[in-house]
Structures are given as C-alpha cells and as structure tokens.
Design a protein around this ligand. Sequence first.
Ligand SMILES: Cc1ncc(C[n+]2csc(CCOP(=O)(O)OP(=O)(O)O)c2C)c(N)n1
Ligand SMILES: [Mg+2]
Length: 593
Amino acid sequence: MLPDIMSTETQQVNGLTQTVAEVIAASLKRRGIRNIFGQSLPSELILAAEKEGIRQVVYRTENAGGAMADGFARASGTIGVVAAQNGPAATLLVPPLAEAMKASIPVLALLQEVPRKSRDRNAFQEIDHVELFGACSKRVSLLDCPERIEEDLDLAIVEALSGRPGPVVVLLPRDVLSMEGASVEGGGSSAEFPLDRPRPDAASVAVAAEMLRGAARPLIIAGGGVHASGGTEALAELQEIASIPVGTTTMGKGSVDERHELSLGMITSFMGAGSLSRRMGEYVADADVIMFVGSRTNENGTDAWTLFPEDGCSYIHLDMDPVEVGRNYPSVRLVGDARAGIEALLDALKDGDLATRGERRPQLASFIVSARRRDRVSAAHLLSAPDSPIRPERVMAELDKVGDSQTIYVADASYSTIWVAAYLTARRAGQRFITPRGLAGLGWGLPLAVGVQASEPESKVVCIVGDGGFAHCWSELETIAREQLPVTIVVLNNAILGFQKHAELHKLGAHTTAVDHSRIDHCAIARACGVAAELVSDPEELEGAFVRNLNSGRPGLVEVDTDARAYPPIKAWDDSPTLWANPRSAEPNGKAA
Ligand SMILES: Cc1ncc(C[n+]2csc(CCOP(=O)(O)OP(=O)(O)O)c2C)c(N)n1
Ligand SMILES: [Mg+2]
C-alpha cells in the first residue's frame, strides 16, 4: 500500500519542494537504477537524474539507445532504462522495443511528450505515441498528474517486470516535468525481474515429475526464459540429480554447461552438416518425454516445427506466459516462473525414487558424449581451416580458445548469431550469449554489447557482427570510446549481406543486386572514432589479435576478412543444389565436396 501521496509533507524532501522530474529521478535511484541510456532529452529529467548520481550513457541514435537498455536488462537482471524525445526520436525506439517485446525483456522508455496545452493541435513533432507503441510495448502511460507521479510510474514498472516481462513507455509532457511533484518516501517496487515467482500448479508438477522420472529418453529444452528467471543453477541441479539431458535454444544457450555429459548443445534449426550438435538429432527424434522451459517454441527453435517427434513423445511446457504454454505442442501445462517451476520439479523428484533415472544415465551419457565427439571430428577441418579469406568456424574456434567461462558474448542478427550459437562453448551454467532473437533485426549487436558492458564493467564482452548489420550502428563506436566501455568487436567482413544472398540463392537460384556491397575499411572507421583496430587476414593471427584486445581493457575492433561462400549449418540448406559445394560435406561419412 502506498502512503498518502496527497499530503503536503510528502511533497517535500528535506524541506525542499521537488519537481516532477526530480521525483522521477529520485524514484529511479531508490529502485537501484544506475544508468539511463539517453541523449539529453527530456532535459529536465536527465538533469535531475544526473544530480541524483544516475549515469547518462549517451547514445548516438535512439535505435541503438533502446537496444542498449535491452542489453543492460539482459545482463543485469534489472530493468533497462532509455530516455528520448517525442516524435522522430520516439519512432526510432520502435525497433528496439519490438525486439524487447518479443524477447520478453523489461525496458522502461521515458519519453518526452508535447506540453498539455499543445496536445492534439499539431504541436511540433507531435505523433500519437500510444498508437505508435501499441504492438511493441506492454503499456503506454501518460504521466500528466503531478500529484500521483510515483504511483503511475510504479504501475508502469510493475507491468514491465511482472508476468512475462517486456517494455513499457512512459510519456512525460514537458510542462509537467517542471511542475511540483508529490514524492512517496520508500514507495515503489525494485528494478529486478521477475518481480514475482509464481509456482506452477502442484498437481501438474506432480504429473510432470512422474513423466520425467519414468522416461526412457527424456529431454529438456531450455529457452531464454531460464536466463531471465535466473534459473540456470536450478536447471543444472535438475540435469545432474535427475540425470535428464538438456539442450538449448539460441536464447537459452548457456543455461547449462555444454561440456556436461548430459548436455546436447544447441537444439535448433542449425543442426545441419558441420554443426556440433548434428548427431544429437537422433536423440531428439527418439525422445519420449520433452519438457520446454522458458521457450516460445518458435520457428528457429523447432526447425519450423519439424524437429520434435509427433508420435511416441509426451510434452511438458513450463513458462511464465500461459499463452505460450502448449502453443505449438500439446503439453502438460506448468504456468509459472522458470526457476520456481524447476525448483518445484526438483522437490517432487527428490521426494520419490530416482533409482531408475540413475540406472539409465550411463547409456544416455554414453550416446551424448560419443555423438559430441563424432560431431567435433566431423567439424575439425572447419574449426582449424587454414584458408584465407578465413572460415568463420575458425574464427569461433580461436575465440573459444581465448574466452573463458566468464566471457560474455553478444552477437548481431544474421549469421553472427548462428556462428556464435553453433561453435562457441558454454563453459558453465549461467554463461551468457546474448543474441537479438526476439525479431532478429540487424544492427543490434553493438548496442546490445554497450548495454551489457555498462552493466558488467569488469567483464570481458565480445561482440560479433557481420559487416552489413554493423553498418546500421557504426556511429556507436564513438559511444564505446567516449564512455570507455572496453567491448571487443569482431567484424566478420565477407563484404556481402550473407544470409540474404545465400537464402535467395538457395530458394530462387538467383540473387538481387542488393546483396554484394563494397568492401568497407572498418578499421579506419573505428580509428576515426577513437577505437583501436586491426585487420586479420591470416587465421594464424586470430588468437593473438583476440588476446591483445581482450586484455587491453580498452574498446577495440578486430576486422576479419571472411570467406563470402561460407554459410553456417542451417539444416534446411544441407545439400542445396544452388549454393556452393559445402566443404562440410567432405566430412568422413559424408558426400564429396
Ligand atoms: C533490420 C533488418 N533488415 C533486414 C534484415 C534481413 N537480413 C537478414 S540477414 C541479412 C544480411 C546481413 O548481412 P551481414 O550483417 O553482413 O551478415 P552476414 O550474413 O553477411 O554474416 C539481411 C539483410 C533483417 N534481419 N533485419
Ligand atoms: Mg556480411
């Protein structure tokens, strides 16, 4: 229950009257919010926030600023905050909020609104923000009542953090920001998510536990919701104690240690020739109980809903969003927080006999370890390819050597996401591989990494981008230099819109004129912005370049000259007659290249 905010005493802090802007700034600070990604506007608010000691991390474009807030939220487990002007600036927040909406990431967008007396009169840069953000936010709130600013702000933040998390927009009319505002001492929720941890229905948990206990070939598919709920430790315990194999989606990568004898690795659309989880497809096809956790069962996570068996398999689905549960696979419904649900299952399983699970473990583990070894042998020639231009698999293998269990990897959309997911190794439960899988929009790699590094200043953050996607946001190179964020950027420069070109060739046997662009000197761009840079054309030089950059403590860019014919292990493209002969087909039991 909030205190009586209408009383005159609450309008004063230490005897001083506060403006609405100051009330909001104080309220954010009280919640532990340390950063706002902004560019001065709304000025009254940013001035008040900076006075409170909240750091303004200054973006160059609102597009990027929204993605920075998203990356910050993913890494910190607290709401990401972005501020922007009304009108044109607001329209640039649509794409990042759309990504956050689909990926279930809580972002608070503090948006300037035209003054109240100008409303609906074609004021300068006036647009209907409520309509604008309709499909890409959970709530758009107009905060035009100074007496209840904190209540309204709290409602928006609760909306972002609770249930299935997501972005919210708060509209702040310019005139209202300078008015006297009512403050509530100690009011408001924290900034952490999830706000609540509802446990799924006990009877359904009991049913699910019995299904898992008795399964011959059980499988858990962990999605991004496991990270969002902080459920990775609990999942690792479930994997170990109940001897249940675990595979992950792209957003769920790092939910478990991929070197564990019961980890299948990536179970997605990217299990084609040369993938390190290709042979795990056999396990999936024969699974008799599959449990999805924190997963939307979307197209890429299910290979267009063909990956998981239709017959002979029963499904369990644990998710915070009741609409996602059973959306694509009729399931035993576990509606609740992923961590709480896993803990409930653990309790139920520990209450009974786990002997059968223990007896079945050696056989399951032996299949998985052997499949993993054979997949690695099949991919060895790619992971160690000596060619120049360089194979991206080799780039990932060299990064994998240099990074450790604490390294945070961030990727842009397109192939970068797939290379990272398919060829880097999660070395502990809880390691992060942050990818824009909500909508897979190009350009989010660098700004997501900025947000991650702002949240984790001591961590080594490596950002992998393609040349096409990187061009959406080069301008943020100046941001990482100015804000002294020591991100290492790896640009995979194949000088084409790779996925686009190859998809057209695969589907249509031809490509349009858009996909081959000029070769760009990314090192020159980086240096011009104050970021150290080096070009690598010889694969033998990759390791040294990565070590130098990761240990420099400064932002740096490594541009890698990559093979324009290389495409990642997209299963649907195996044996494509219109793509280049795939060197992956040269694997021992495969066809000739
Ligand atoms: C905002 C946006 N525009 C267009 C696309 C369609 N698209 C997907 S991949 C791709 C090519 C990306 O090229 P690049 O970033 O160089 O990566 P590469 O595939 O070459 O590694 C395009 C245009 C998209 N996903 N997002
Ligand atoms: Mg490219």
